[in-house]
Ligand binder design. Sequence first.
Ligand code: ARG
Ligand code: ZN
Length: 879
Amino acid sequence: QPTYLKDYVPYPFEVERLDLEFDLEPHHTRVLSRARYKRKEHVDVEEPLRLNGAGQTLLSLSLDGTPLTALDYRCQDSGLVLPNVPNAFELTVVTEIDPEANKALEGLYLSSGNFCTQCEAQGFRRITYFPDRPDVMTRYTTTIRADKQRFPVLLSNGNLVEQCDLDDGRHLTRWEDPFFKPSYLFALVAGDLVCQEDAFTTMSGREVLLQIYVEARNADKCDHAMLSLKKAMAWDEQRFGFEYDLDRFMIVAVDDFNMGAMENKGLNVFNSKYVLARPETATDDDFLNIESVVGHEYFHNWTGNRITCRDWFQLSLKEGLTVFRDQEFSADMNSAAVKRIEEVRILQSHQFAEDSGPMAHPVRPESYVEINNFYTMTVYSKGAELIRMMQTLLGRDGFMAGIRLYVQRHDGQAVTTDDFVAAMEDASGVDLDQFRRWYSQAGTPVIHVEQHYDGERQQLTLDVTQSCPATPGQPDKQPFHIPLRLALLGPDGTPQPLHLVNESGQQGAEELVLSVTAARQKFCFEQVGEGCVVSLLRDFSAPVKLTMNTSRDELAFLMAHDNDAFNRWNASQRLAGGLLLDLVDRVRKGQKLILEPMFVEAFRTSLLDEQTDPSLLALALALPLESFLAEQMEEIDPQAIFTAREFVRHEVAVQLKDDFLTVYRRCADSGPYEVTPQAVGQRRLKNLCLGYLAALAPQDNMIWQMILEQFSTGRNMTDVSAALGLLADHDNRDSRHALDTFYATWKEDPLVVEKWLGIQARSRREDCLEQVERLMGTPAFNLHNPNKVRSLIGVFCQGNSVRFHAADGSGYDFLRRQVALIDPFNPQIAARLVAPLLRWPRYDDTRSALMKQALEQLQAKTTLSADLYEMVSKGLDQN
Ligand code: ARG
Ligand code: ZN
């Protein structure tokens, strides 16, 4: 029962206002909703009023004050239908819901005894009967009544307009949100929370109250999130001219949350993982993620809330754009190059995999069974790449003119990705007609470049071809409009002036963006000296797979000399990737493994480089991810990938042991903990060295003691958890003791316990699955908490490829059982968890058959949620 983009029809009624009243009781919450509906012009008078609604008991219904009887409406599974309604009327609906029993974490539910909501995408219909679609926008007033002792804090969107005690031990607050919004941005929070306050003065001089609400035990972990929020508010004014628009901005941290966070108007609700941090409990990456997620949700206020989506097919309108904005924010706050590399690394390993699997879909999908399955890497990260490409094609100024026009045209509206592109086009005069294919065609384009150098003529020709593999429902693709950023590097690494043959206009620039638009296209450069090396797809100017006839020597040259930091990293990955794939091949053929000396030398040069940002070095020296290598193999062999990677890790450690020790000691912890690029980089490089050295332990006792030492004396979670992760790869007295001590220290802190679970789920130990199953039976685990599920089950199945893909199928069977257990109460989590099984066609016959069998067993279950059903059936629908 898919929903199709082509079937979109506007809602026949306007909603002029919505008043909500909540009487909160964990098991019996009463919701009164009073809405003014008005039939739109030209809409047939016969057109019934249809309201979405599910999972609630209808107590009463009245129209303009007159109670309706069962003859006046139909109450169906999916909502209410009122066949005869006047052109304008007020509808009052009273329903009852059971938040305590809500384990799907969609709608109104309880987390650690506090009420909270998650309405995106379609959770509002679990609260009351309403047109729960993003193109129905209205003004909300929310009244909340609850027991004052148990729920001293009562929050909703907008401005607080009334607060009083009631005579029966309860109290009341009333909130008014002056902005029109769709139902998915509604939020309510009620509980026993403490709040950290601060203030921000906007560029036009308005004072905004900032509040972060958390449970009392977390009161000391909010500083970083608050700082991030203030930075984000200032940055959005400077970079985009976007100013905050309400008197207060609130963030609430909750432990039970399906996703990262939610941008509800004026009242963001966060997974506590993206709010709470202290150096002793959170890693550098946690600190950086908090900054980026706080920024992301805040940035939605303009890109998502003020201007929202017409329908859910347009999800990338807000998500792609807002991810792009949070990426730019993080780049400006930290190191732009490091940020870019991290983004691309995720994109290449995870989004490319999505694009080549059964769930492949365009950035603007054409259909879905369950919209929650489309909060994907494609919609988010590839969507952000499309925005970035437009900025590249239009230039920063043209792009900003496009943004201004977009806001001027559409503030207060629910629009489409096409409206966004049209604003970009109209403001800049650049034709984006062909570019729009990026929104409608799925799959990762493949670009192949053949370079030919004619020394006599001093000409370099690039012969560029593009293609895109078929994806479900899209056998043939039209060429994309691909911005290809390039430079030519002279033998000493300096960029050479570029002269394109037959090109009028500006010549002699050191960097160019070529517009690739045809299936095959040639670009010819003149005045090109001997020994130049092409640096292509600089800063990853398009989300494509690039292949080129580049030699290993050229790659080594780029790795050492390219002045584009991204391309330096990319060269290192291509070099290491090529080498590793050769080794994987040798493993499979049972041949002897040898590591090329040139690789070790290139590695040593980078390792001993004291000029470059240590974060960049750590990225360049990290071996390509297993998932990145897998993505490039015809038939994935997880065991061979693991063996080849471990071989290289061990061999490099043997040959460069002294260098690793030197750099490790040079980067040793000194001074107070700071999250500056320099300090973070030092820790990354240090822990990278330790990671390689660990390949020699525990046999090498000196190294083993070093790891133990870092574990027990480390003064921050970054260092301690890095060491614990290395210890946990082995099963001995020391490692057991370390794991036990760590747990004993942190068992009251769920976020740290998640790390402890994740470390064990990622362990290289052969009996890893046994350990995971054992941990599931301990108090450290809770199947109802998504973070715990992700850190134990999710990490094992998605982050420990060699153990999950055990040839006996035990990993698949384990996943099948967990998915079957979780689906009945939390379909969103079950559907996400099942993803690795969908990749079955990529594996050898034995694994393939076992994975498929696990999917078939799931399909045979009589009651499958729509979420899981869509994933499983698309998974089985291949070939
Ligand atoms: N809009 C949120 C964000 O990306 C994501 C919430 C999605 N939740 C869901 N259940 N699909 O910032
Ligand atoms: Zn978002």
